[in-house]
Ligand binder design. Sequence first.
Ligand code: 5RP
Length: 220
Amino acid sequence: MKKLAAEKAVEYVENGMTLGLGTGSTVEYALKKLGEMVKNGLDIKGIPTSMRTRKIAKEENISLTTMEENPEIDLTIDGADEVDSELNLIKGGGGALTREKIVAYHSKREIIVIDETKVVKALGIDFPLPVEVVKYGWSSTKNKLEEFGCNVKLRKIMGDPYITDNSNYILDCEFVRIDDPEQLEVDINNIPGVVENGLFIGLTDDVIVGSKQGIKTLTR
Ligand code: 5RP
């Protein structure tokens, strides 16, 4: 289902585009497909949103650039952890939310690729909201986040804190549900120490959903 969605999104890529390259297992199918297209003559420049995506894109011989060299991004293909009916998202399961949000914000078009399990009635139901925070004072930042009524866990990997590509921590905030994602996005980012949170509000143009029945596209 992920592969179906990712390969459909790649159909929107045109020669000469500067492309935002998202992060995650769904996007990896798109990177593989782009690699094949590059082999067959497609000329694109990619802006990776994580070290992992950078590595895969290089293996696929996709030319890379930076936002400094190419500030105008034509199209970004990225994944998500949850999508609601207004195409607002929770992202950051792969820890790349800050770079992903910067790239999404500066993209003319943001296409999200998911499988059908990620479509939810309200954000926060199935997936905790990731918040990237600087290490300094992180436990006080955590206490402040708990005032929003969520249970907050420091993300760990094999017993040690998970470190983002920006050398920060991730705090995963478990809500019962998020009733006002627009307001919560702003309120969380107002806490000193918070770098960015995984609520993507109004940034998505299309969501391509892979399901057992085939592909469905949701458009804003
Ligand atoms: C990374 C992300 C990913 O796009 C999100 O976690 C979805 O990942 P996957 O495609 O592996 O399910 O936000 O920060």
